[in-house]
Design a protein around this ligand. Structure first.
Ligand SMILES: *Cc1c(COP(=O)(O)O)cnc(C)c1O
Length: 349
């Protein structure tokens, strides 16, 4: 019996509408990289249909996405070899330019291309410096086959609403660009907290999948992925008995234990602490002992449950993935993108 990730189509629609409400007059470039943040590209149709543009991180993702849609695709990595440029053109991708070494290949194109230019305003990961950017537009202007679609930059601290870098990066970006070209800056956190950053394109990612970009839970967003697995065994142990590898948890009274068919090889985090909640028949029950490769154990002393009943690991109004991330010392982005191919993905209402 496999674990199941069910992907809610109505939640996707709802979350997209939240983006729309927050930035009604802006184009929407939905981020569907990393197989739609782990949700599977072929299960997120409401996003693909409603977005103005779709962002992927590399060419294989673009290839897969192009099989399902004719919508504009933005290749976030850009290209560094002519062969990649040819592939990107064939897939009709818009191409990111984020490093000066990409310029020679882009500026010599013999076919029409649309590009985005990424400007570094303080994240210091990808992006041209402002002076490289000024040189770049001069160089690219000499080739009429190049259409500069949009200029963009990326916030380093958008999830901390009052961080001074949010102001300084937006200021820097606006100072070095003109509204005559389209501009884009806002990720999910900025969409929800900083309307001045919305500009021409917003770039929602995590919020589309129903997860708050802040370290709080946003009840206005609906969880998209529900991860569940069956109860495989139930047993009652006595005070003094331990559970799992390393015998790290010991019962201090008679305890009913359910063993669930999911583990770290499915993407349930091995670092989930004792007490991490799991939803059984509408009641939260604590994880006990270490997470194994295929199994976890939970204390169901206070719940009526039978072998074959479903345990929900995350993705329910009562049990948000943000809570599991917090108990495991990670972020929801990592949990979502870490659900493995062993899990059965299905489309749900
Ligand atoms: C992934 C990504 C986003 C989306 O970020 P979220 O925090 O998930 O909203 C926006 N812009 C770029 C360039 C990205 O790579």
């Amino acid at each position: 019996m496999r674990a199941i990730a069910s992907i809610s189509q109505s939640a996707l629609k709802h979350n997209f509408s939240v983006v729309k409400q927050n930035s009604p007059n802006t184009r929407i470039a939905s981020m569907v990289k990393a197989n739609a943040y782990g949700h599977h590209i072929d299960l997120i149709d409401p996003i693909i249909r409603q977005s103005d543009l779709l962002g992927v991180s590399e060419i294989l993702e673009a290839e897969k996405l192009r099989k399902t849609t004719n919508k504009p695709i933005l290749l976030l990595s850009g290209v560094i070899k002519d062969q990649e440029l040819q592939q990107a053109i064939k897939l009709n991708c818009q191409i990111m330019v984020h490093d000066k070494t990409q310029l020679s290949i882009i500026s010599n194109t013999k076919q029409a291309i649309s590009i985005w230019i990424k400007i570094n305003t303080g994240m210091n990961r990808l992006g041209l410096s402002t002076s490289e950017y000024f040189d770049c537009i001069k160089l690219l202007a000499s080739n009429p086959l190049i259409n500069i679609q949009c200029l963009m930059s990326h916030f380093a601290c958008a999830d901390e609403i009052n961080h001074p870098m949010n102001q300084s990066q937006l200021f820097e970006f606006k100072k070095s660009t003109y509204p005559t070209t389209k501009r884009s800056m806002a990720n999910s956190a900025a969409i929800l907290s900083n309307p001045a950053s919305h500009l021409d394109y917003v770039r929602p990612g995590i919020m589309l999948y129903g997860v708050s970009p802040f370290n709080t839970i946003d009840c206005n967003l609906k969880p998209v992925m529900q991860l569940s697995a069956p109860i495989m065994s139930i047993k009652t142990i006595k005070s003094g008995d331990s559970v799992g590898y390393g015998a790290t948890w010991t019962a201090n009274k008679s305890t009913t234990i359910a063993t669930i068919g999911i583990g770290y090889s499915d993407g349930y985090p091995r670092h989930a602490k004792n007490g991490t909640p799991i939803l059984i028949n509408n009641t939260l029950c604590p994880l006990i002992g270490r997470v194994s490769m295929d199994l976890i154990c939970i204390d169901i002393t206070n719940v009526k449950a039978r072998v074959g009943d479903t345990a929900i690991l995350w993705g329910n109004q009562k049990l948000r993935i943000e809570t599991i991330a917090e108990h495991s010392g990670t972020i929801a982005y990592e949990l979502l993108t870490g659900v493995s191919s062993r899990v059965a993905f299905i489309s749900a209402i």
